[in-house]
Ligand binder design. Structure first.
Ligand SMILES: [Zn+2]
Length: 492
């Protein structure tokens, strides 16, 4: 009997933000187990078509938030590892990780996941990882993983392509009996993700170089990682990673250094695509802007970057400045949503809004009118979230029972609203997501303070490896590939 070779597949991803006071727990993850996880990834059909049996483990995908509690991390990781069978027919492991998972007291969750998988399958089984472009790659992962492939778009539109490429690399390594060791060069830059999109320069040119290099150099796969600017960890920052071809480690080292240097040389060309202003001057500009509705990002409390979504600071400032005609879409406050449960449309009430999750968030007192109930969607799972629309001081405010970033125009349908009825529509985002960007007559990013503050020089970091740009500017740097200290997978 021909025994079918098996490939283990697993997803455990979280984009952490160490600057928020809220820690992530198991409840923050959308989860599926065993065969139920298969539809959540894009590789099982591919592995089967190549003659392998896909062995599902877990799918655990978190909403961006604070560091993950270690006990919760251990328990989810345990569920992944216990599903990897002790079976000599296991030929490879495919993992989807974010790359910026920060675990309290532990550091890089992605490194610990990869270590645990390596310990379970032993040194001779190739492990391939698909990472987000905003991964803070801990260079020690080179001791435990064989292939690494990152997204090449921001906003991310190539998730499926990336997952598949990591799968193709794995099958290639299994077929030729090859255990590559990725070359990793860290770049001391915390690049703001919202300031480097791949549809405009310099991002588009950097990514073009990556494709060119893959086509012409004698390497298996290059990736560039920008890092997540809000992870306060020694491994935070950008990185170049190149998977070598067999016997071509020197080419891979050269390519990784070239990519790292390219990113370093472009570091001060990153720009936000939209206008950016400090809140006070931004409100002056908003009040003078003739285009409507103006789409405004409250960037310091960006839920997709791990912000708590419950900061009423901008609402408070707009009220002080007599801003009217705005829709705030939205803010998180479960007690307020529950308090509206039995109200009739038009009912007047007094409430406190905001600051129910993060003690650093601003809370405001409002005389409000209840308008109607509706739903937002949580993210990335897109499950419905109970929400209400209220009116206060001449503005409408959508309040959701759970953190739910508004990333597309569905919010207007869900609440029976017309965008053109408003002068300003305010989102808890960084850059506007594609559908909002297309729909916006004009847009503005307000540089509000908070755990996703876009002005990284103003964030309070304790653990970053220094020097790092742009916190430090006057230092020289040369690309140096990581050299193993422990030889984790003992491949030689
Ligand atoms: Zn990302």
């Amino acid at each position: 009997m021909i025994r079918v070779k098996k490939i283990v597949i697993g997803v455990f991803e979280l984009e952490s933000n160490s600057l928020t006071a809220i820690c992530s727990t198991r409840a923050c993850f959308s989860m599926a187990f065993d065969r139920d996880m298969i539809p959540r990834v894009h590789v099982a059909d591919y592995f089967e078509s190549e003659g392998f049996e896909a062995i599902p483990t877990i799918y655990a995908s978190g909403v961006p938030a604070g560091p993950l509690l270690q006990s919760e991390f251990d328990s989810i990781l345990g569920e992944l590892i216990e599903r990897i069978p002790n079976d000599p027919e296991i030929a490879g492991v495919w993992l989807k990780l974010h790359g910026a998972m920060d675990v309290l007291e532990l550091g890089s969750g992605d490194l610990e996941i990869t270590k645990a998988v390596r310990a379970k399958v032993g040194p001779n089984v190739p492990v391939s990882i698909a990472f987000d472009m905003h991964a803070d790659v801990d260079e020690r992962i080179a001791d435990y993983a064989n292939c690494i492939r990152g997204y090449r778009t921001a906003p991310h539109t190539d998730i499926e392509r990336t997952e598949l490429h990591a799968a193709e690399l794995l099958v290639h390594c299994i077929r030729i009996g090859y255990l590559p060791r990725p070359v990793i060069v860290k770049v001391p830059v915390i690049a703001n993700g919202d300031s480097m999109t791949t549809d405009v320069e310099p991002g588009s040119g950097i990514i073009e170089q990556l494709w060119n290099m893959e086509a012409v150099e004698d390497i298996l796969c290059p990736s560039l990682f920008l890092g997540n600017p809000w992870v306060d960890s020694a491994c935070a920052g950008a990185a170049a990673v190149v998977v070598p071809n067999p016997g071509k480690e020197a080419c891979a080292q050269e390519a990784a250094c070239k990519l790292a240097q390219l990113l370093w040389n472009q570091k001060d060309r990153f720009r936000f695509r939209a206008k950016t202003m400090e809140p006070e001057e931004g409100i002056d500009w908003m009040l003078s802007c003739a285009k409507r509705p103006l789409f405004v990002s409250d960037t310091g409390d960006n839920i997709t970057g791990g912000g708590s979504g419950d900061d009423a600071g901008l609402i408070s400032l707009c009220m002080e400045r007599n801003v009217t005609g705005a829709l705030f879409a939205g803010i998180t406050d479960r007690p307020l949503v529950e308090a509206c449960e039995n109200l009739q449309p038009g009912a007047a009430f007094h409430c406190e809004l905001g600051g129910t999750l993060d003690p650093n968030s601003v809370r405001v007192s409002l005389d409000a009118v209840f308008i109607r109930k509706g739903v937002l969607e949580d993210w990335p799972a897109k499950a419905p979230v109970e929400s209400v629309l209220i009116r206060a001081a001449g503005n409408d405010i959508i309040v959701s029972a759970k953190r739910a970033p508004v990333c597309d125009m569905a919010v207007f349908r869900n609440f029976s609203l017309q965008p053109h009825d408003y002068r300003f529509i305010v989102f808890k985002l960084g850059y506007l997501w594609p559908e909002l960007y297309e729909a916006a007559p004009d847009s503005l990013m307000l540089m509000t303070r908070g755990s996703t503050c876009e002005v990284v020089e103003k964030c309070r970091f304790r653990s970053l490896a220094r020097p790092i740009y742009p916190l430090d500017k006057d230092f020289v740097w040369e690309p140096v590939p990581y050299k193993s200290e422990c030889g984790g997978k003992d491949q030689e």
